[in-house]
Design a binder for this molecule. Sequence first.
Ligand code: NAD
Length: 328
Amino acid sequence: MAVLVTGGAGYIGSHTAAELIARGEEVVIVDSLETGHRGAVLGGTLEIGDIRDQEFLNAVFAKHSIDAVIHFAAYSLVGESMTNPGKYYDNNVHGTLVLLEAMQAHGVKHIVFSSTAATYGEPERAPIVESDRTNPTNVYGETKLAMEKMMGWFDQSYQLRYVALRYFNAAGAHENGLIGEDHRPESHLVPLVLQTALGKREEIAVFGSDYDTKDGTCVRDYIHVSDLADAHVLALQYLRQGGASDVFNLGNGTGFSVLEVIKTAEAVVGKPIRTVMKERRAGDPAILIASADKAKQVLGWQPKRDQLTQIMESAWRWHSSRPNGYAD
Ligand code: NAD
């Protein structure tokens, strides 16, 4: 039986597909390559197409013996989701509906879903636990919550079991040096800082230095992309062993401040990185960190690369060896 990885040519999807292949799983990747890269596919069968294309997706399920899906295919730019909400509802929500219908039509009952901690919105506390209120403050988070809820109703009606994994920032790159982060446009702090170190950007902006945090800058949660890949594979095992549908946070627990990220990057690259302090941005909470206790207890997840230096070193190996990402 094969695992279908939607969005498997993207950043987190490609690392998860690589992990599945390393464990001897048969992998089928469905990706439109809209934001993903052919070069990120290291094995398995790549089926190029859009999950919203019902005919295409049904043909993929008919061709391969698929017993489970890991679902990454989505748009994920928060800012864009606020200026073009329809684009996000169409790809994320409608795309997931087409996927779940195809799964139902082909008797596939297990799906691991790459959700987001943006489903919580402004947090009630830090670290966030799964029972905390979900109240997204942007369209991206709202569509991801709608996708989770849709899976919940498909479970009630058809016993389709899902695991939703909620996390904040993926970072780092695979230790094999072949795959890493290449988002266009780039919106994540670690690659932005390292691209500044490479001279591809003028400077890195820090928005707000008067927050109630250890050094005044915002604290965020970063997880190594390979630890995220492990968590998706463990969630798949959990479902295959008969686990009930559930939601798990994946988080670092303590988080790192923006200045800590920049200072760690400076230490790793061995030179100062031009940093400019700016005013706070509207809507940026001081601290966003998630508790992963439940994932550790139930799924047996244990992040192996949770030190910021480890994450940064692996990201730097990727960015310094391929400054133009997959174009190199
Ligand atoms: P990415 O853009 O690199 O990967 C998404 C992949 O899905 C791309 O390869 C893209 O081509 C593909 N895709 C998108 N829409 C598609 C469609 N309709 N049909 C077929 N393929 C389609 O993004 P990423 O950073 O790897 O994120 C993957 C998932 O993880 C997303 O769902 C995102 O919401 C979630 N997530 C990411 C982060 C992060 O820090 N990167 C944090 C939390 C959650």
